[in-house]
Design a protein around this ligand. Structure first.
Ligand code: LLP
Length: 478
């Protein structure tokens, strides 16, 4: 692909995409299409002497020999280290301003009992947003007082269950929910701590924040209407108002959106102090991770320092005490810990009218185990796992086996040209929002999830079989 003979290849040639390419601007032609980019893979990822990808001391080929493909591998130490780092970063940032911080793991990113136990052991609380997620946390033995319960449409029975088990905080999302909780607590005599979710008008998209009126969405109360909700909560004997909650979005790379949002929410927080205590402030999650080597998220400790300083400055400016703070990262805890292993089934070179080519690499999963490219246009990266490749790097698109052209796993990646059927392919950073969004589209069973640590592997979520799927079909004879 490089236009120069090997002896005179200029340095810049290895980083510039070839002319007439279908590659996007952000994708650099790698000097080595087998390298494992730092920050995208779990820290334990390496290659054995024969080139095989190794995760937490286990060869990917051994994992696949035992569990098959597709396979979602979660590196336990990576989850623990990231959970621990987040907790200590926010602890330190809060302590520097004379307050405390609590970090909830946002279970929607990926929840099973094993993961809930790991994060709790690392000092995190757990945030759930449905009865199902609540039951997983309870089954894992998470103390109910360490659970936050979210959701814009919590049913009466979900709220009854949450109050009955003694969930620490319910994040109230609507006026109707306040009345549901008033009735439940009146009936049971319970006193439930609540936060009120507000929309700050700051909506963070990937990498950027847009300080626009993004009020046109389903979550929470507009800032202008939240005081009324808080006043109502303060009238209800069974409800204890603890503070405001605001989550501005997901996969956010910088501090600016959080700073702007905190400043807007603190205005209301300060006003509410006029009528009673407001001991807490929850600023949600959304801290971004690297999916490709082009991604450069702000390190968590810098984010923590910047966000907490913004809150402290806002409080100082208003002459109010700094509340105790909570955060709810999901992706930043588990995203980088996940690697999906697939087997390559077919490859196909496609030339478009401009003459540019792209290789389609089909794997034995797809949008049923990772819907993020199809849903959000999310970018991923990929590497050969069962060996290193020898050929030139060719622009490739990793696609699944579903009957849909949007069934893309990795939209743009350079892979070695000798990639062939039977090779194992690894897609990193699939720990968050892949298994939770998985489907059985085209009657494809959902893959197992295996945790790896110190050379050992264990299934933490069993995979499905075609028989499992048939067993739900009421027309199939027993
Ligand atoms: N707190 C609240 C209230 C949330 O709604 C969310 C995510 C989080 C915390 C955690 O956000 P995180 O730290 O994981 O970014 N399915 C999408 C992401 C949806 C996020 C929904 N809410 C994706 O795959 O990118």
């Amino acid at each position: 692909m490089c236009p120069f003979p090997p002896e005179i290849v200029p340095d810049w040639c290895s980083v510039l995409p070839p002319a007439d390419t279908l590659a996007p601007d952000w994708l650099a032609l790698p000097a080595d299409a087998n390298d494992l980019a730092a920050g995208v893979w779990p820290a334990s990822a390496s290659r054995d002497d024969d080139g095989t990808l190794v995760l937490a001391g286990i060869r990917s080929t051994d994992l696949v020999a035992t569990y098959g493909t597709p396979l979602l591998v979660i590196d336990e130490q990576e989850v623990r280290a990231r959970a621990n780092f987040l907790r200590s970063a926010f602890d330190a940032a809060a302590a520097a301003h004379g307050t405390a911080a609590r970090v909830y793991y946002a279970g929607k990113a990926f929840l099973c009992t094993a993961v809930a136990r790991w994060v709790v052991e690392e000092g995190l609380a757990v945030d759930v947003c449905t009865r199902g997620e609540l039951e997983v946390a309870l089954a894992a033995g998470v103390a109910p007082s360490s659970i936050g319960f979210h959701g814009n449409n919590k049913s009466v029975s979900e709220l009854e269950r949450a109050v009955e088990v003694g969930v620490g905080t319910i994040i109230v999302d609507s006026a109707i929910e306040i009345e549901r909780l008033a009735a439940i607590t009146a009936r049971t005599g319970a006193v439930q701590q609540v936060l009120v979710r507000v929309i700050s008008g700051v909506h963070a998209e990937t990498h950027e924040f847009l300080a626009t009126a993004h009020e046109d969405q389903k979550f929470g109360f507009p800032l202008g209407e939240a005081a009324e909700a808080v006043a109502r909560i303060r009238e209800v004997p069974g409800l204890e108002f603890r503070g405001l909650h605001c989550h501005i979005g997901s996969q956010i790379f910088g501090v600016a959106g959080f700073r702007e949002s905190a400043s807007r929410v603190l205005e209301l927080h300060a006003a509410l102090l006029g009528d009673g205590p407001v001991p807490q402030l929850n600023l949600g999650g959304g801290f971004g991770i690297a999916y490709t080597s082009a991604d450069d998220p702000t390190p968590i400790d810098e984010l923590a320092t910047g966000i907490v300083a913004a809150v402290a400055d806002g409080c100082a400016a208003r002459g109010i005490p700094v509340p105790s703070l909570s955060f709810e990262p999901g992706r930043a805890v588990i995203g980088t810990a996940g690697v999906t292993l697939y087997e390559v089934g077919t490859t196909k070179d496609v030339t478009v009218r401009s003459g540019a080519t792209r290789r389609y690499v089909s794997v034995d999963g797809g949008m049923s185990d990772n819907a993020r490219a199809a849903l959000y246009g999310a970018e991923y990266s990929a590497r050969l796992a069962s060996r290193t490749g020898d050929g030139d790097a060719v622009l490739s698109r990793v696609v699944g086996k579903h009957c849909e052209s949007g069934d893309v796993v990795v939209d743009h990646e350079y892979l070695p040209s000798d990639i062939a059927p039977g090779d194992l392919l690894a897609v990193p950073a699939t720990g968050a929002y892949c298994a939770p969004l998985a489907s059985n589209y085209n009657h494809v069973p959902r893959p197992p999830v295996v945790a790896v640590r110190d050379g050992r592997a264990a299934v933490i979520v069993r995979g499905e079989s075609v028989d499992d799927l048939l067993s739900r079909d009421a027309g199939v004879d027993a």
